[in-house]
Design a protein around this ligand. Structure first.
Ligand SMILES: CC(C)(COP(=O)(O)OP(=O)(O)OC[C@H]1O[C@@H](n2cnc3c(N)ncnc32)[C@H](O)[C@@H]1OP(=O)(O)O)[C@@H](O)C(=O)NCCC(=O)NCCS
Length: 169
């Protein structure tokens, strides 16, 4: 069975035909992601099959996270932290309708965690934060992201709790 690979988003990827069922996310990949890729606002990675390298199976985008008040974090994480922390943001994540239910969402999420974990080896950050769209928080909770008590669509996975992800090739 062919295993899809991650690539940094380029013009070679056919973003025009990507459809995850959420128009705002489709629009973001088509119009904003390429701009951000150039100007350094976020980095997008796409999942593709080598046999069809232009077709986007799914994607995720990451950037740095602005200051987060420690008081807003889940209670168990607040101990011995300064007043505010920073980290990484999983800004967008989606799988094409055509490829849903084949563990690609899981693949994308684990790759995003691996990237945050590795980034933290050079530039420290408290955690990987995600702002889930309405109804999607449970997807992240399944992978042990913890919701903010007063804002359950914002979730975090502390870097210190991540498994030791291997270096990327
Ligand atoms: C949410 C999404 C990324 C899941 O992608 P997927 O490839 O179909 O998911 P996977 O096949 O990897 O599923 C992994 C697990 O998550 C579960 N899961 C999938 N979608 C879920 C959702 N919306 N809520 C909760 N759990 C979900 C699956 O049941 C599966 O669990 P299992 O292994 O116990 O069966 C995809 O449906 C999507 O792109 N949705 C539209 C955009 C979106 O909601 N993005 C994320 C929030 S910003």
């Amino acid at each position: 069975m062919e295993i899809p690979k991650f690539q940094s988003l380029t013009k070679a990827h056919n973003v025009a035909d990507f459809d995850c069922g959420v128009p705002a996310l489709n629009h973001w990949l088509k119009t904003i992601a390429p701009q951000h890729q150039k100007n350094g606002m976020s980095k997008t990675f796409v999942l593709v099959y080598e046999s069809r390298p232009e077709e986007v199976v799914g994607f995720f985008a990451m950037s740095l996270r602005d200051k987060v008040l420690a008081a807003d974090l889940p209670a168990a994480m607040r101990k011995r932290l300064p007043e505010a922390v920073t980290g990484y943001t999983l800004a967008r994540l989606a799988v094409s309708e055509k490829f849903k239910g084949q563990q690609h969402g899981e693949r994308l999420l684990l790759k995003a965690m691996q990237k945050a974990y590795q980034a933290s080896k050079s530039v420290a950050g408290f955690g990987l934060f995600v702002d889930a769209k309405e109804g999607a928080a449970s997807f992240y909770e399944k992978y042990e992201f913890v919701p903010f008590p007063d804002d359950p669509n914002t979730l975090v996975y502390p870097i210190r709790d991540m498994p030791p992800f291997p270096e990327e090739n």
